[in-house]
Design a binder for this molecule. Sequence first.
Ligand SMILES: [Zn+2]
Length: 359
Amino acid sequence: MKTGYIKIFIGILLLCLLSAPVMAASLNEDRFDDLGQSAALLAMDKLNFKYGDSDVVVLTNAGRAVINGQTTQKAVSGITKISGLQNGDSTLYQINRADSKPLWFYFYNKDTGKGLYLEPDTAFYAMSESDAKELSSSDAFSKVALVTGDIDIMLADTEDGNATQKALGGNAFSLLSLSNAWAHGAPYDLMYAASLHNHFCPGVSSGYIILKYIEEEIPLTDGTSYVVISAPTWCKEDVYPTIWDMTPGKGGVATSDVFTSEDEEILTEKYGTRPAGIFVLWNSKEKTGTGIAVGFQFDSAEWTGPSWGEKVSKTVDMVENLDHPESYVSVMKKFTVDEKMLANLKNPMNNPYAVCGMM
Ligand SMILES: [Zn+2]
């Protein structure tokens, strides 16, 4: 009798051991290709668009999310295969999220103002290959939400807007800001910076406007490069690693440890604009440079609509106003920089605005 139980127990144990690797192996990258294809099929149906439609963008954290140890970039291939949406056409962007976050897809049709938000059913990951193949496109997802994604329509009908906010949950601001900025003509390099930043906001837009202003004001020539001393810091910081390749690992952007909000207030009062940083065009051979302290003025008009609308709406305004940096940016001071001053500006124990004689 006892031996019988032991035999059954060993049998079950063996079965578990044998079936475990099979289940783990079933979640390979092809599963995510299938998932991307299903998402695209569903979106083309629900949002009524054809292959390669330039009025549609898809945002996803596929390629960033890692599910059960498996990277998810194949979902991007699946989407492109079926829908024709792709990064090279500015109709597909991979949005930065921590690898531990669940996978999602958001398709947005700017022609109709409708969006489709999809979250895969986690049961789909555990299924056998044959079971997964038999599913209809919608069965792979636990969440399929058709929403109004156009910020103007959402603001005109707040109830509709609230419903979108609810359906997109924690991803709402990120997805609505990115898709609306895209629909209003955000250029590829700014979309790229915002994709890394995780969302599109007035802050990241201000960084882009400042950087383009600097490129005009003190253009790079042979043998020169930019040095950025950023104080105060805000969302704008994320454009420097993406567009100027100033990544933290390579030294990146200098900041001040001693610059305070009181210093910021003094400068704002004195110069009539908010300080945004010091930019130096540096010639490393001649050991000389030109410095500019830049001010940035955000739109300070009072917001009276629903709170979820403010940042998205103000971002869209900034995107539409990219050709007019002078509405936001001004030169607080322009000065010559030598080697000693450059070292002092970059020293985190200094207030850089004091170094260049502004306070
Ligand atoms: Zn931001």
